[in-house]
Design a protein around this ligand. Structure first.
Ligand code: FES
Ligand code: FE2
Length: 359
């Protein structure tokens, strides 16, 4: 068989021009995943970096989510720093103390009365936001693509997850890591399991098909792969109330989906992990993981999510190390492109999809 199906090129991974084009054609044109909505309680705010744009997410006192440019309408100061997740019910600019409600209205301008400032004309600049199955999506484009069609085009596998009732789950923990690798390398790595035997001994121990190099089970139509939950060393051994919609083989299965271009959703009953990538230039990707369970599981006496969190962080760190190695490798002058094999079928899909969107 000729190896004539190629990966992306060194320039695709490393060049500043390609990164600028990705921002314009992918990240700032369509919708970006911004994490699990349940991370944000009423009255809270958080800051996310969406491909070079600082975006303020708030949940107002009525429970509605909003996305704003993280910039003051007065003279442009940054409103909130990344570590500021306080819940004060309003947002005060650190420069001259102009204050905004969590729905973006400008409500106070110290030393300036209504003859000097018309507050009603100066709300925060708002972005489009959509909450779908507990996942928050933001579009920075003034006229974003229609969301449902966009989801069908860019995350078709996600549609199968509606049956798991993700919007009924609660976030019990969130982690964050910094990966010295291009965002596309992180996604490509997620799309194949030729590396699993070598890189993830603990994972292949409970997911037998991964020993073969296949990332999905072609004998199954539901997209799942079998997990040996009872095996010694499995973090899924302790029985807990299941996710909604789980039945039959779902109890001992793993399901995964990619949200193009910046997220993964992993489901292994009784938990869901939402991984969100925040690309920061060609050479760095920040990733957060939100861990979700059903309230019935959380309320079970002795509920302990830590083994599942630790296991997923372990596998994630194993992946991050090889992604950083690839990033260093493709920086070689010798690297023009790599080759893709039949077992890289989802990497091939990703590469073609990326080329289409960038064209
Ligand atoms: S820049 Fe924000 S109050 Fe002046
Ligand atoms: Fe992996």
């Amino acid at each position: 068989m000729p190896n004539d199906v190629f990966t992306l090129t060194r320039d695709d991974y490393l060049s500043d021009e390609v990164w600028a084009a990705e921002r314009a054609r992918i990240f700032h044109r369509g919708w970006m995943l911004a994490g699990a909505g349940q991370r944000l309680q009423r009255g809270n705010r958080t800051v996310v970096e969406l491909a070079g744009e600082s975006v303020l997410l708030t949940r107002d006192l009525e429970g509605r989510l909003h996305a704003f440019a993280n910039v003051c309408r007065h003279r442009g100061a940054r409103l909130c720093e990344a570590h500021d997740t306080s819940s004060q019910g309003s947002l005060m600019c650190p420069y001259h103390a102009w204050t905004y409600a969590l729905d973006g209205r400008l409500i106070a301008t110290p030393h300036l009365d209504e003859t000097e400032v018309d507050k009603s004309t100066l709300p925060l600049w708002q972005y489009h936001l959509r909450e779908w199955q507990g996942l928050v999506f933001v579009s920075l484009h003034p006229e974003p693509p229609e969301f449902d069609q966009w989801l069908r085009d860019h995350a078709p596998e996600m549609l199968k997850f509606e049956r798991f009732g993700l919007d009924q789950l609660q976030v019990v923990a969130s982690t964050r890591c910094d990966i010295a690798a291009n965002w596309k390398i992180v996604i490509e790595n997620y799309q194949e399991c030729l590396h699993c035997t070598r890189v993830h001994p603990e994972l292949v121990d409970i997911t037998p098909i991964y020993r073969t190099g296949w990332v999905t089970d072609h004998e199954r139509e539901d997209g799942g792969v079998t997990v040996d939950r009872a095996k010694a060393g499995s973090p899924y051994r302790n029985p807990l109330p299941s996710l909604p919609g789980v039945s039959g083989a779902d109890h001992t299965s793993y399901f995964g989906a990619t949200v193009f271009a910046n997220g993964f959703v992993d489901i292994t009953d009784p938990s869901v992990v939402i991984s969100t990538l925040y690309p920061d230039g060609p050479h760095r990707t920040v990733m957060t993981m939100d861990f979700l369970f059903h309230p019935d599981a959380i309320n079970t006496p002795g509920f302990d999510p830590q083994p599942i969190i630790d296991f997923n962080v372990l596998v994630g760190n194993q992946d991050n190390a090889v992604c950083e190695s690839v990033h260093r490798g493709v920086s070689s002058k010798a690297f023009e492109h790599g080759v893709l094999t039949p077992k890289d079928e989802y990497v091939i899909w990703f590469t073609q999809h990326y080329r289409n969107v960038m064209a």
